[in-house]
Every structure is written in C-alpha cells, then in structure tokens.
Write a protein that binds this ligand. Structure first.
Ligand SMILES: C=CC1=C(C)c2cc3[nH]c(cc4nc(cc5[nH]c(cc1n2)c(C)c5CCC(=O)O)C(CCC(=O)O)=C4C)c(C)c3C=C
Ligand SMILES: [Fe+2]
Length: 439
C-alpha cells in the first residue's frame, strides 16, 4: 500500500485541514482525562481568547450537582452553542417577530441578551409579590443552575424585509429555503424571523429557558414552529470525544472539522473580513436547519451491507468501508470506481475530499428527534440536521446539491427547517445581540 505521508495528495489535504481532526484527537483526549482528575465536578470554562468555549474540550464529564453547575460563558467574539461540544438536550424554536418598529426590535434584542446572559450564568429565581404572577416558572426550583445551557440566536431572511429598514444590512447569502427534489416541506414547519437553538445538559433547563423567553416577550415574539432533540447522555458527557449515534444506528459527526483549530474554524465556520459581507456579520455564521423524518421501519428491514454501502461506513465502528478505525480517512483516489466505498455513498458525495471541494466544508451539529407517530401510523423520528458555515452557498447548498438523488433518499424525508444567520457574539455587558445590524 502507498505510504499516505509520502503522497502529495494527502499532504495537500492535510494542509487544507482535512486530517487535522484525527491529528488532534490524542491531545484533546489527554486533556479531558487530566481535567477529570483535577477538577472533579465540572465548573465554568474560561473564555480568555474571546472565542467560543467549545474550542476547548470540557474538562470533565460531570453528573448530578456538577453537571448542573457547568457553565458556558455568554460573552465572547462568537455565540456559544456552535463550537460548544454537543449537550444532551436541544430545542429548535422559530419565531415570527411581532415588534412594530425598529425601536421595538432593538428592545427585543436587548431583552433576549439580558435573559440569555442571566439564564446561562444562573442565579436565584426572581421573586415577586404573591398578588402577581411569579416572574419565574419555578420548574427548576428557587435556584436557576446554568446546566451547561447555551441559547444561540439566529435571524432569518424575512427579518430583513420592509418592516425594520434592515434590507441593506442583510447577510449577502441569507435566503429563504426552497424545495429540494426529495423534500416534502410543510409550510408550518419552515422559516422564521428568528431562531433559538437552546441546548443544555437536561431537557428541563431547555424548557425552563424557553418559558422564560416567552414570558418576557409576549408582545415581541410568536412561536412559529418548535422541535425537541437529543443525543445520548453518554456521548454528551464525553464532551465531543464520543460520536453520537443517530436513529439509523450510525455514528453521526465523525468527520466534522476540528473545533479546536481556530484557523480552520475561521475558514469553515465564521464569517470574516475577507468576505464581501456587511462588517456587522463578522464573527457570525450561516446556519442551515433541516427537519428530516426517517423511515425507520423500512430501514430496520434493510440488510446491513446495504445500510453500510449507503453511508460508506461500517455501522458498528464508524470506520470508512475497507478501513478499521472511526477516524481513518478514506482515500477515494485509490478507489476511483467505488469498489470499496460506492460512488453514491453519502460520505463520498458529501465530501469527495478533493482540493476543489475543500471550500464546501461545514460544521454539523445535528440531534435526533422522536415524537409519537405520523398520521399513517409510522414512528415519527429522525434528525434535526443543523450545520454552520461561513458561506451558505459554498457550504450547505453545494453539499445538498451533490447529495440530491443519493441512495439514502429512499429512507429519509425532509419536511421543514430554514436558513438563518447566527449572530456574532456579544463582547461584554455594554453590548447586545445583533447590535451591529442597527448601526
Ligand atoms: C447537506 C448536508 C448534509 C445533509 C442534509 C446530511 C444528511 C444526513 N446525514 C446523515 C448521516 C450521516 N452523515 C455523515 C456524514 C456527513 N454528512 C454530511 C452532510 C450532510 N448530511 C457531511 C458533510 C458529512 C461528512 C462527510 C465526510 O467528511 O466524510 C455520516 C458519516 C459520519 C460522519 O462523518 O458524520 C452519517 C452517518 C443522515 C442520516 C442524514 C439525513 C438525511
Ligand atoms: Fe450526513
């Protein structure tokens, strides 16, 4: 077999960051283990560089009280919840904005900033006169624990219509999601002026955070659609070291770019000065959300080798077909006819790993969903696909076009979602989310 290190093609890919996740795996696992010994229960992680705390692995995998005290700093150059290692519970909630003018919209963003800063930091639940409705729902008791909560705010293309005079400030690639050939979009579960991605160690903190926001914004926000998601508690507690398994039984997230590599994140995830985008967008990211139902009954009757050929990976280990370890890197140049990994395998279409397709990299942060049964009596479960990229067209749209017609389509049905722009972070307590839009 050819020595990969001597191969100029691999050297190029490595330079381009494609193999860095693998290279970084060992030190990051070592830090995790060291941290577990030193810190015991997890505590707040610093954000000294101003970068998203997710660029550093969580120091430990706490349970009980430790987990409830785990905190993701709110202030920084980027919002939390993007590079942050995936927490166990998530909710996507899309809103229509009811603000009647620009000043009211600014009030909304100030209010959201204040609530998120409080909820993610924790503290005593607000009390009031018992003749008034309690300010807090009370579902977490008298003390609000941070519980590793992140609340990531994104805006949709419709926020930049005529209502608030923001058209000139619209991120250049932000657009309304349109139908792909395999989609069956339900209008009631698509789009939104504003999207909140709420993630936490537990479902009750996620619900508490949602109820808090709704309680504070009755005249400013109206829920448009909502979905709850989860990954296994075990994968979540590993702080990014163990890849979650999706509801088709495959590890999902293996080949994500390394969130600990700041240069790579600057090129893949964050909008920056090198792009033809309004200055206020720098530090933000394009977010594509797709609600995808799985035909699990049909999938569970599909032979294993067919399932594995559809993804191009071994089901148990997550390794690319023909390889042994999950983070082994497929070598498509050595398999030009798809004898080992079929040419229409999901991973091969999604990322052909050529220098030309390097520009379509993205960071995926998907969650499973499961809720009852469909009208036709099938299990209603699937994937809340979420990905972040610095350019929606080069990232999600290009990859989705390559995936159109893939073998996996027989088993999945996208029915909702939308495209959003995740706002840049809030540098300090003097600023608020989205402030740059109003400059
Ligand atoms: C447009 C982007 C993508 C959509 C939509 C998408 C849907 C989708 N994916 C899975 C399951 C897996 N995806 C995997 C890898 C993978 N998927 C995308 C993009 C989209 N997937 C990318 C860019 C990649 C990485 C490819 C690579 O770099 O090699 C995998 C393999 C493991 C992994 O790397 O995560 C699985 C499994 C489902 C079920 C799904 C729903 C339609
Ligand atoms: Fe995928």
């Amino acid at each position: 077999m050819m020595n990969r290190n001597a191969c100029p093609f691999h050297t190029l890919l490595e330079k381009a960051g494609l193999r860095k996740a693998e290279a970084k795996m060992q030190p990051s696992r070592r830090r995790l283990l060291m941290g577990a010994g030193v810190l015991g229960g997890a505590l707040a992680l610093g954000n000294a560089t101003g970068a998203d705390v997710g660029t550093r692995p969580l120091a430990t995998a706490p349970g009980g009280q430790g987990a409830r005290r785990q905190k993701q700093p709110f202030y920084g150059r980027h919002q939390a919840g993007i590079l942050t290692p995936q927490q166990a519970s998530m909710m996507l909630v899309a809103f229509d904005v009811l603000a009647t003018d620009r000043a009211e919209l600014q009030r909304l963003f100030r209010l959201l900033t204040a609530r998120i800063a409080f909820l993610t930091g924790g503290g005593p639940a607000e009390q009031a006169d018992d003749k008034l409705p309690p300010p807090d729902s009370g579902i977490m008791g008298p003390e609000i624990y941070p519980d590793n909560l992140t609340m990531t705010v994104s805006v949709g293309d419709s926020l930049f219509d005529e209502r608030y005079g923001l058209a000139a400030q619209k991120p250049r690639r932000l657009q309304r999601m349109t139908r792909f050939p395999n989609d069956a979009l339900d209008a009631a579960q698509c789009h939104g002026d504003l999207l909140l991605q709420i993630c936490s160690n537990s479902g009750d903190s996620v619900i508490h955070a949602l109820r808090d926001v709704i309680k504070h914004t009755p005249d400013l926000l109206s829920v448009r659609w909502r979905r709850d998601g989860f990954i296994s508690a075990h994968a979540a507690q590993s702080a990014g070291e163990e890849t979650p398994i999706n509801l088709l039984g495959f590890k999902d997230g293996t080949a994500n770019p390394d969130t600990g590599d700041d240069d790579l994140m600057a090129g893949v995830v964050w909008v920056g000065a090198g792009q033809d985008e309004p200055a206020w967008t720098h530090g933000g990211s394009y977010q594509a959300v797709r609600l995808i139902r799985f035909r699990v009954e049909f999938w569970d009757r599909t032979p294993l080798h067919e399932q594995e050929n559809i993804f191009g990976r071994n089901k148990a280990s997550g390794a690319p077909l023909g390889m042994t370890r999950e983070h082994d890197v497929p070598d498509y140049a050595r398999d030009p006819d798809g004898k080992i990994i079929p040419l229409d395998a999901h991973i091969r279409l999604a990322n052909p790993r050529t220098p030309q397709t390097q520009s379509s990299l993205m960071l995926r942060r998907g969650y499973s969903y499961s809720q009852g049964v469909t009208a036709s009596g099938q299990l209603d479960m699937g994937l809340l696909f979420v990905c972040y990229q610095h350019d929606l067209e080069k990232g999600f749209l290009t990859v989705q076009k390559r995936l159109n017609g893939e073998a996996l389509e027989e088993y999945v049905k996208p029915f909702g979602g939308g495209y959003f722009f995740a706002l840049p972070g809030v540098p300090d307590g003097e600023h608020y989310l989205g402030q740059g839009m109003f400059a």
